[in-house]
Design a binder for this molecule. Sequence first.
Ligand SMILES: [Zn+2]
Length: 238
Amino acid sequence: MALSGVRARLRELAENRPVLVLAVAGMVAAGTAAASPLSQPQVRATMVEKAVAAVAQRAGDEPVRLELVWQGKDVDGDGRGDFCNPTGQEARGHDAYGEGEFGARRDGGSRRHEGVDFTARAGQVVAAPISGYVSKIGYAYAGDQTLRFVEITNPALRYAARVFYVNPKVRIGDAVAIGRPIGTAHSLQRKYPGGMTDHVHLEIIDQAGERIDAARVIVAGYRPPEGRAPHATLVAAD
Ligand SMILES: [Zn+2]
């Protein structure tokens, strides 16, 4: 199979079985360590060809397990993500109380959901979604002193984040680094009995002071298991 043939096969795989392409990337990268002159197109083609064949062969009966990784958007261009998933878990899907995504209908459609709900286990550690300082600790609902939020402001980025349903372990004025603990997740079962998924509600406020969809700056990705290279390696090698 010539290099162009390999490319076509990969393109086909990418469209139909994106997970397999990641597996191919991983195998090619693993092979790179063993066989050095990967700069030569023929060697590269052979290696990709072998990987495609191996993966295609086991497709269907042996699923490739990929790790879920959350990536934060880099808004200041320093090469590092500026946002992180506060619970490390998926966004809340549909439950008895509705949906957890930004803009979901609330109160019969009279208002919209202004945050993204990230599934949480009650009591789990909640991480700071951005670096900054604690600018406010407040109550989520008037008359309810159990459900609180922590607001973090980052004057350099000119972004702020509010993390709801947290038992804070920080105080106003504390500096917090992205990904570091700010508290623990509070159960929502008393407030919303009978089918609410416990979660942390995250609001991201942008430079214009508008609440934005956190799912746009905290994105789920998948990578091959430890020791294997991500998809980017394949793109670079080609
Ligand atoms: Zn919410």
